[in-house]
Design a protein around this ligand. Structure first.
Ligand SMILES: *[C@@H]1O[C@H](CO)[C@@H](O)[C@H](O)[C@H]1NC(C)=O
Length: 389
């Protein structure tokens, strides 16, 4: 996204971060990654592992495919076949088998999965991980930020092939006890479990911008050729900006936000995302969540917001009418943009004053120039994903 800040940051001098393009905005503002460290170009998986996990500030350039898929062998075991998700009665694709130790609602079936995707790469603090053109690909492993890691930029890389046949096959990006993360212009495809997931620990201040979440799959827990497990955000103390992303051919948890764990408090600004061909639901909101949804374009989305989101206790403000917009202006300090529903399910009025009051406490994180919703499909498709910055 080309973002023009309306307020405070206009005055700040633009810092130059070698090889990272643009500057983190939204709740992830101030994330500088490896800063001005001299870029390194790993040539082997081992070099990549070492650069990612060591304790130096680093700008790590990915100019090739790092293929981990078969590097840790495979496991042949019994997986759970659930009538609902595996057998897909009447469905248009195969389902996913579950890699798990109990199988109360289904039956066991022999399965073989790769081991590497189930153990992500560990990422240390002060790292920029940046793809070159469209060349930066990590196949068969995701990334994990935990143990108090902070200040990480992940930009312009493609994470793919994490046992897509299997629930629990692997997560692309895990945030669990971390802070200051900018996930920008990446692509996620053929993932077994979540494309982005937080653990129970804090994910901290996170901006997820201009990524392509490509849910097309032959193995769908929604039985519809679309990936069900897109984003699960259930951390402890989290602030997310989710902006300018292209979520397509997905069918659930796009995203799921919130948990009834009392320690949890999750504040989210979801703006200018393009949700396209979502066969199931997009927003599924649980309690301990304060969420503003504005300027998003829902194009052929069966259920933009689940019915449970209205009753679970999450505080949600979904801009849909002139009235919704003008009533939010006072708390937010600007006129928020409408969401558009095109060939999509309807959304009943969701106008939590608590949601906009909470978001309104973070003016510098929410006030930058948003796109008009009519422009969202074109602009998002032109900018989201790899090789576009
Ligand atoms: C990250 O960089 C900051 C600022 O230079 C520094 O204070 C901190 O110790 C670094 N973290 C690690 C784990 O090196």
């Amino acid at each position: 996204m080309k973002l023009i800040r309306l307020f405070s940051l206009l005055a700040a001098s633009p810092a130059v971060y070698a090889q990272v393009k643009g500057t983190a905005f939204g709740f992830g503002a101030g994330t500088t990654g490896g800063g001005s460290a001299t870029p390194v170009y790993p040539k082997t998986n081992a070099e990549l592992v070492s650069y990612l996990s060591d304790s130096s500030a680093r700008v790590i350039m990915l100019d090739r495919t790092f293929d981990f898929l078969q590097t840790e062998g495979s496991t042949t075991a019994q997986c759970c076949s659930d009538d609902r998700t595996t057998k897909c009665p009447g469905g248009t694709s195969k389902g996913q088998l579950s890699i798990q130790t109990t199988c109360t609602s289904g039956s066991w079936e022999k399965c073989t999965y790769w081991n590497a995707p189930r153990t992500p790469l560990k990422v240390g603090s002060n790292k920029s991980i940046v793809g070159v053109g469209t060349k930066g690909v990590i196949r068969g492993k995701g990334l994990r930020l935990n143990g108090g890691v902070s200040n990480v930029i992940i930009q312009n890389i493609h994470i793919t092939e994490l046992n897509p046949q299997f629930v629990w096959g692997g997560d692309a990006i895990t945030l669990d006890s971390c802070d200051k993360v900018w996930i920008d212009h990446n692509k996620f495809s053929l993932i077994g479990r979540q494309m982005i997931v937080s653990g129970w620990g804090a994910a901290g201040h996170v901006t997820i911008s201009d990524n392509e979440f490509d849910g097309k799959t032959t193995w769908s827990s929604g039985c519809n050729g679309k990936h069900y497990w897109t984003m699960l955000l259930i951390g402890e103390k989290d602030w997310y900006t989710i902006a300018g992303n292209w979520f397509h051919d997905v069918s659930g948890r796009t995203p799921h936000i919130g948990t009834d764990r009392t320690a949890s408090k999750i504040i989210v600004h979801a703006v200018n995302n393009y949700f396209q061909n979502a066969g199931g639901h997009c927003f599924d909101v649980d309690t301990n969540t304060w969420l503003l949804i504005e300027g998003n374009y829902f194009d052929t989305v069966t259920t933009p917001v689940t019915s449970g989101s209205f009753t679970a206790g999450g505080q949600v403000y979904f801009i849909q009418t002139v009235d919704d917009s003008s009533k939010a202006q006072g708390a937010l300090g600007y006129i928020p943009e409408w969401n558009r529903l095109s060939n999509s399910g309807s959304v009943n009025s969701l106008v939590s004053q608590s949601a906009i009051n909470t978001l309104g406490q973070y003016k510098s994180n929410i006030q930058w120039k948003h796109w008009s919703v009519a422009d969202v499909p074109t602009k998002v498709k032109a900018s989201a994903g790899v090789g576009k910055i």
